[in-house]
Design a protein around this ligand. Structure first.
Ligand code: COA
Length: 321
């Protein structure tokens, strides 16, 4: 596969750490020190499908591809207002595409899972152009009175357009089932046979356990894909990591003994936007003119499941004017 276009879209409303400290017992100092996060964007008047449509249109425009040329739309999403139809179907209608469209949920690792699926479709000849969107609104599943979780997340959408190519050098996706460290149980209607409704939501997380799993899986996955691609850390222009927490990223970088300049971050501005973080950072790098043809990138993500994934790919797109 080859990435030929990127785009992103964020909610208008920003919430700073000081804003949060007005209604929960927290502080800018605590949040910055433990997470690196300064502010996040959260959905208020807009809807997630509007953000996803905006990100998709920008990526298509960047790629020079029309919605009618798309063969598939895959949307990485954990939760949105609609269980059905899929967010991908809704966005397909909004951008004027009639190709097959479906959602995929691998929590914060979803973008890399979707890349893995897209690669198979492109390789098999089933598709020429695929639109891959990550769109997430974690602000709608956290308890805004729980300072251990609500300070970490933000909403947004980001997209890439993919076509055939041999730029993906290695990819590894994995899942190790554990539903007690990070989970959200949705509300389902009671039936004459099931009366269980009270244990739904909000998002629950054991932060320390997630931290440990994140560091170990990311290091393992990145070493695996680098080895598979026959590359070393010195060959890598940027490690584009899931932006969950600056401390996790620093920890991984230190273990990896890599240069800080190789690890761009934007978690300071957006918090953890779940599966959006990697395409959002990629779009910033692309539009900021930071990427050159031939650059080698490593992506690495981890999240609820417990899922994780990493890949190595070559950037082979002309610099954004
Ligand atoms: N503001 C102020 N104090 C807070 C707080 C906040 N927002 N959140 C927690 N605290 C308090 C706790 O209540 C606890 O107080 P206590 O000792 O009086 O009980 C204290 O800070 C330490 O809490 P702890 O949970 O041990 O902190 P931590 O150092 O593990 O940091 C996280 C918490 C969530 C920042 C950290 O565990 C983490 O980053 N985990 C990974 C989370 C993640 O990335 N999840 C998404 C993965 S996709």
């Amino acid at each position: 596969m080859r990435i030929i276009g990127t785009g992103s879209s964020l909610p208008k409303k920003t919430v700073t750490n000081d804003d949060l400290s007005r209604f929960i017992d927290t502080s800018d100092e605590w949040i910055r020190e433990r997470t690196g996060i300064g502010e996040r964007h959260v959905i208020s008047t807009e809807s997630l499908d509007e953000l996803a449509m905006d990100a998709a249109n920008k990526a298509l425009e960047d790629a020079g591809v029309l919605p009618t040329q798309l063969d598939y739309i895959i949307c990485s999403n954990m939760v949105n207002e609609y269980v059905t139809p899929s967010l991908a179907s809704i966005v397909g209608g909004r951008i004027g595409s009639q190709c097959p469209a479906f959602d995929l949920n691998a929590a914060c690792t979803g973008f890399l899972y979707a890349m893995d699926v897209a690669e198979v479709m492109l390789k098999s000849g089933r598709a020429e152009y695929i639109l891959l969107i990550s769109a997430e609104e974690p602000s709608r599943i956290v308890d805004w009175n729980d300072r251990r979780t609500c300070v970490l997340f933000g909403d947004g959408a980001a997209a890439v357009v993919l076509t055939k190519g041999d730029e993906l050098k290695a990819i590894k996706v994995s899942s190790k089932s554990n539903k007690s460290v990070l989970y959200y149980k949705r509300h389902l209607e009671p039936t004459p046979f099931v009366m269980r409704t009270k244990d739904a939501g909000p998002l629950c997380m054991n932060g320390k356990e997630v931290f440990k799993s994140a560091v170990s899986s990311s290091l393992r996955d990145m070493r695996y894909v680098l080895n598979k691609a026959g590359l070393t850390k010195e060959n890598i222009t940027y490690f584009v990591l899931h932006q969950a927490n600056l401390r996790i990223i620093d920890f991984i970088r230190e273990h990896f003994e890599a240069d800080a300049a190789q690890f761009p971050t934007n978690v300071e501005k957006y918090g953890n936007t779940s599966s959006v973080t990697i395409p959002l950072l990629l779009d910033e790098l692309n539009r900021g003119g930071k990427l050159r043809k031939g650059d080698i990138l490593v992506f690495s993500a981890f999240g609820a499941g417990f899922t994780s994934a990493a890949c190595v790919l070559e950037w082979n797109k002309s610099a954004k004017e």
